[in-house]
Ligand binder design. Sequence first.
Ligand code: AKB
Length: 314
Amino acid sequence: MKKILFTGCGGQIGSELLFAFRKEYGNDNIIASDVSPKIKQEILESGPFISLDVTDRQAIANAIDEYKVDAIVHLAGILSAVGEKNPQLAWNVNMNGTVNMFEVAREKGIKRILVPSSIAAFGPDTPHEMTPQRTLLYPTTMYGINKVANELLGSYYNAKYDMDIRGLRYPGIISHKTAPGGGTTDYAVAIYFDAIAKGSYECFLSENTMLPMMYMPDCIKGTFDLFHADKSQLTDATRYNVTAFSVTPKMVADSIKKHIPNFEITYKPDFRQAIADSWTDSMDDHLARQEWGWNPEYDLDKMTEEMLREISLK
Ligand code: AKB
């Protein structure tokens, strides 16, 4: 691979993953894109950037031709909470955007595409503890429906057109550089910022809502490793369960209190509670560990220490 197109590089994950790829391949070989004009200066200054709407198939084809793209990291998407407020937008971006990527890639002979999935692929009927990779899905959010369809479509294109589409089911991703954009797990980022800024946080999920989570450095490493894994080792390429630890808002608050003893948390669950309740508590990710070496480094307390330190420096 020489040239990789990145979509959604202004988002929480894209804005950091991009730099891991630019470091590996050289800045000019990673074509950053986003539909939003609000892009960090460091992204614009470090290599090529194009404005790209993934619902515009012709624009994708033009970008691929212009930059001679031969692989794609497709991160553009509408997350769960925003998706419930505007399901039609979620369908358009998450479904049509992904089909466009797959179709243009197929037409142009591009094999490798990374498209993340999410714990949103699970639903209320899914076993909630140590959820297997292959299990009952039936998600009840538009975002989850889109993610399941994307996983299946990726597998279909792999089988039918000999493509190399890969994906992993992200849990909540916690980071301090770029804010997440409209997810249900966003509380786990906001809590750290409010702990430093205000010493308190009002949580939109109830105190015992257990969800799988991961710190950004592990997310970057895992995504990078799956993208580069030996294809012959991947038996279920489009839907790897990956997790680092499972926590409740209370557990995150208790971890923060070890550093900020007066930190206070209150709970005011809103519509996102129902979304979180439909998702899994913990995941079995042994296949990712076995097939491409997934092995997260951070647990809750190690992450808390780093999050609080980094946010304090800002
Ligand atoms: C969300 O909360 O929507 C995302 C996700 C788990 O995919 N962070």
